[in-house]
Design a protein around this ligand. Structure first.
Ligand SMILES: [Zn+2]
Length: 463
């Protein structure tokens, strides 16, 4: 007797052979996949406590969102019409700089709920700050059932690139404080919940960290065996900064402080040159592409086809909700396909294969759990989503791979399993009180703006 059997689902495995079973079955026991294959061969072999009929559904690995800001979810749509730096300095940082622990927790819960409901099973949450109440957020993630790497911002300079006092005062920390708390986070939470939760370092962007601090992060991350995530080469002033201050391009600067390699995930990575792309490929550094954010904020186009060709591991992320405005990884896949085809005037590349790989197995590599999740294979943990195709915008189904990359939305996800546990069934999240999360988020939305003295940027008057 096994715990769960999913049968009769179109099954996209993303295994080494990229097998797709048009009538597939997945046997799950004690959190792990026991067998995946054709339903007529697999389903009859097992008696299961729970049988999920996957008829009309596509089963695939859960999405891995490799760049997300849990505390920013309450800022959805606060300002849709400025560039990245203006938004950070005048909206995001002042609002976060006034947050209390309840504000951040309610934001985090809304983000967790949205990710689960749109088929994301794992994520990397970039920089947390002590004023957010990090322990309560860690507990909320564990309770939600999601898999995640959370990270603590470290900094010893209050600048962003060449802007000397860009970071809001409410977010300043000393090097000693921020490192001590990052270490405490790792020692308390890394590996919790059967390894579902990891704890990493997150250096504030270039300009916020001294060379000494970055070297210490590199050394300690290796010692603890944890990851590092940071925004890197996201806007032109990042390049100006490393050139002016260190006479190096961003990737060379990262190398000089030990910040390249498979345990490093850089968000955005738009401004890398050919030589830097070679270096990122050779070191198997992870680049988290954020196509919706980059397009919305007119930041430029990350050189994803070149990065993939040179061996860098490119994954996908939403970034913050105020720059996106959702956490829907299907929209991320589709935007990546659209912008790179148009940018390179190439209707043949990238394809659905690259989009799905970036959203699943490549994300699992960045999260450093590709041996455990990211594909549907015997021995891996069962992080699985079911997409209900029985809708006009998804019919007819010639190829489920095309449906997922080109037509489906997060709202088409019917069920979510993480570590074999059913977290969402028939679009009802079983680990969270959805109405309560939404109610609390709406109630907090004006409070967080009022306390920061920020008004939403409206395009039309609200009467
Ligand atoms: Zn970000």
């Amino acid at each position: 007797m096994i715990d769960t059997l999913i049968k009769n689902a179109m099954t996209i495995t993303v295994d080494d052979r990229r097998r797709v079973f048009m009538d597939g079955a997945i046997a799950i026991h004690e959190g792990r996949i026991v067998e995946v294959g054709p339903a007529d061969a697999v389903a009859g072999r097992y008696e299961a406590a729970t049988v999920i009929d996957g008829g009309g559904m596509i089963a695939m690995p859960g999405m891995v969102n490799c760049h997300f800001h849990l505390p920013q979810v309450l800022m959805r749509g606060v300002n849709d019409n400025t560039d990245a730096m203006h938004k950070l300095k005048h909206y995001i940082w002042p609002i976060q700089g006034h947050y209390d622990e309840e504000d951040a927790l309610i934001s985090a819960r809304l983000g967790l709920l949205e990710m689960i409901k749109s088929g994301t099973t794992a994520f990397i949450s970039t920089g947390l700050h002590p004023r957010y109440g990090i322990d309560a957020i860690a507990e909320a993630i564990i309770d939600s059932g999601m898999r995640a790497a959370i990270s603590k911002y470290v900094m010893d300079i209050s600048a962003y690139a060449l802007d000397a006092s860009a970071i809001h005062k409410g977010l300043w920390e000393t090097g000693a404080e921020s490192m001590q708390q990052a270490r405490a986070l790792i020692e308390k939470w890394h590996g919790a919940a059967n390894g579902r939760l990891q704890a990493w370092f997150s250096p504030r962007s270039v300009g916020g960290c001294s060379v000494e601090l970055l070297r210490e992060v590199s050394r300690l991350a290796a010692e603890y065996g944890v990851g590092i995530t940071a925004h890197w080469a996201e806007v032109q002033n990042n390049v100006d900064y490393t050139l002016e201050k260190y006479n190096m391009l961003p990737a060379a600067f990262a190398e000089s402080v030990g910040l390249l390699g498979p345990n490093v995930t850089f968000a955005h990575g738009i401004y890398f040159t050919d030589g830097e792309i070679d270096l990122l490929g050779q070191t198997r550094t992870n680049i988290c592409h954020c196509p919706v954010c980059n397009t919305k904020l007119a930041m430029g186009v990350a050189r994803v086809p070149q990065l993939l060709a040179k061996g860098a591991n490119v994954c996908l992320g939403n970034d913050g909700v105020p720059v996106n405005n959702t956490a829907d990884m299907f929209r991320e896949m589709r935007t990546a396909l659209l912008i790179h085809r148009n940018n390179d005037m190439n209707p043949e590349y990238p394809t659905a294969a690259e989009a799905i790989e970036m959203a699943t197995i490549n994300g699992a590599k960045a999260l450093m759990v590709a041996d455990r999740v990211g594909s549907l294979e015997a021995g891996k943990q069962a992080d699985i989503i079911l997409i209900d195709t029985r809708k006009p915008h998804l019919y007819p189904v010639y190829d489920p791979v095309s449906i997922v990359a080109w037509a489906a939305n997060g709202s088409d996800v019917d069920s979510v399993l993480i570590d074999g546990a059913v977290v969402m069934r028939d679009r009802t999240v079983l680990t969270m009180d959805e109405a309560k999360v939404l109610g609390e988020a709406q109630a907090r939305s004006h409070k967080i703006l009022d306390q920061a003295g920020v008004k939403p940027n409206l395009v039309w008057p609200l009467l």
